[in-house]
Ligand binder design. Structure first.
Ligand SMILES: C[S@@+](CC[C@H](N)C(=O)[O-])C[C@H]1O[C@@H](n2cnc3c(N)ncnc32)[C@H](O)[C@@H]1O
Length: 200
């Protein structure tokens, strides 16, 4: 069983019942383009929000419980967002190539070795010119528990030469323990990559 499954038996701290404010702002600024891949989508609030704006969205999460909850929300809300159990470090089975990848709260759960696999995997499923947005806990957040803190330097260093870091901005990541959320980084990364043979 995926270790996150047990957390979805209760009320996980990241489960806020609405999209992250940072994601809403990205969409309002026109930063989310085309086909969207939501990595570690949880119960789908960000994916459902983006699908509501007309994007084709696939949410992938390693927790079957989270995906079950996301799928039920999609049905209840009449959303076209799709959800699938899967490993964000092994994306090679995906049939589409994506214009935008969203990571809200996954990157900060990954080990150093997993970060490298994650970036390699992303390179295989993103279109040239696509965007990656990573929202993760920042090292400016004091130690009270919660996930691993990420420094700006680590976030910059995570990418291969197929990617260029456009910006890393201070943000807030909302969670249940504090109405104002926690210090976070929002990284905006462009994928150059090589043209892929697969159509769309
Ligand atoms: C902190 S939660 C964030 C959930 C959601 N993105 C949100 O903003 O509410 C991290 C999620 O990543 C998922 N996850 C962890 N490792 C994963 C992996 N290797 N592949 C896919 N999902 C993973 C967990 O199951 C969990 O749902």
């Amino acid at each position: 069983m995926n270790p996150f499954d047990a957390m979805y038996d209760g009320a996980p701290p990241w489960e806020i019942g609405r999209p992250q404010a940072a994601v809403v702002r990205l969409a309002a600024a026109g930063r989310i383009g085309g086909r969207v891949l939501d990595l570690g989508c949880g119960t789908g609030e960000n994916a459902l929000f983006l699908a509501g704006l007309g994007h084709a969205v696939l949410g992938v999460d390693a927790s079957a419980k989270a995906i079950g909850m996301a799928t039920r929300k999609a049905v209840a809300r009449g959303s076209r967002a799709e959800f699938r159990v899967g490993d964000a470090l092994r994306l090679e089975g995906l049939e589409h190539r994506y214009d935008t990848a969203l990571d809200s709260g996954l990157f900060h759960t990954l080990s150093d070795a997993a970060r490298a696999r994650y970036v390699r995997g992303l390179g295989r499923v993103l279109k040239p010119g696509s965007s990656v947005f990573v929202l993760c806990f920042s090292d400016r957040e004091p130690a009270w528990g919660g996930p691993r803190r990420v420094s700006r330097r680590e976030l910059e260093a995570a990418w291969t030469s197929e990617f260029a870091v456009e910006s890393i901005q201070p943000e807030r990541i909302l969670h249940q323990q504090n109405a104002d959320g926690a210090h976070a980084w929002l990284a905006s990364v462009v994928h150059f990559g090589r043209p892929l043979s697969t159509n769309n």
